[in-house]
Design a protein around this ligand. Structure first.
Ligand code: FMN
Length: 172
């Protein structure tokens, strides 16, 4: 049976993350609430124990503008008992010193506030200098998509990641 307590929450300035949301939800094919972060209130998080977060990085290591606006509230959320996974959009050649920083900025808050982060993703196949999105030498906190430079890899990355996270999101 599908778990209906799952939300996918995202922000998107120029629509690329929104496009990736539609690819991920199609591949996931489970019941979930899709919410743009500018419409959400902190208490809305109470309704979900599993959350997928989509965030592009902007302006040299900043969160996308709606996530930036929500960030003070995000930091106050108690993530105890919640399982959260991330996907991040970035441009590895344009911003090699801040590649997908956004997923790291948000993932650290989830961990500090008692949540579990799942859906880690290998950093092989990307070229960059630094990223707050890295949780260790080998793994990003979540799926990394670079539509600016590696569009041709997006579909297969999504397929692989969805396979990896799907069991956590459904009641078996
Ligand atoms: C002005 C500008 C600043 C950006 N800054 C970063 C950055 O610091 N790090 C990064 O990885 N990508 C950066 N990017 C790339 C975006 O994250 C990428 O294009 C993303 O797909 C945009 O997603 P959206 O359309 O959902 O907002 C930047 C793009 C622009 C145009």
């Amino acid at each position: 049976m599908n778990n209906i307590k799952t939300a996918l929450i995202y922000g998107s300035d120029t629509g690329i993350t929104e496009l990736v949301v539609s690819l991920i939800t199609k591949e996931l094919a489970i019941e979930l609430d899709i919410i743009e972060v500018f419409t959400i209130k902190p208490e809305d998080f109470d309704r979900y124990d599993k959350i997928i977060i989509g965030v592009p990085t902007w302006y040299d290591g900043d969160l996308q503008s709606d996530w930036e606006d929500f960030f003070p509230d995000f930091k106050k959320i108690d993530f105890t008992g919640k399982e959260v996974c991330f996907f991040g959009l970035g441009d590895q050649y344009g911003y090699p010193d801040n590649f997908v920083d956004g997923i790291g900025i948000l993932a650290k808050v989830v961990l500090e506030n008692g949540g579990e982060v799942f859906g880690h993703w290998p950093n092989k196949g990307y070229e960059f200098n630094e990223s707050l999105g890295l949780m260790n030498d080998d793994l990003f906190y979540g799926l990394v998509i670079d539509e600016d430079n590696q569009q041709d890899q997006t579909d297969q990355r999504i397929k692989k990641w969805v396979k990896q996270i799907k069991n956590k999101l459904i009641d078996l």
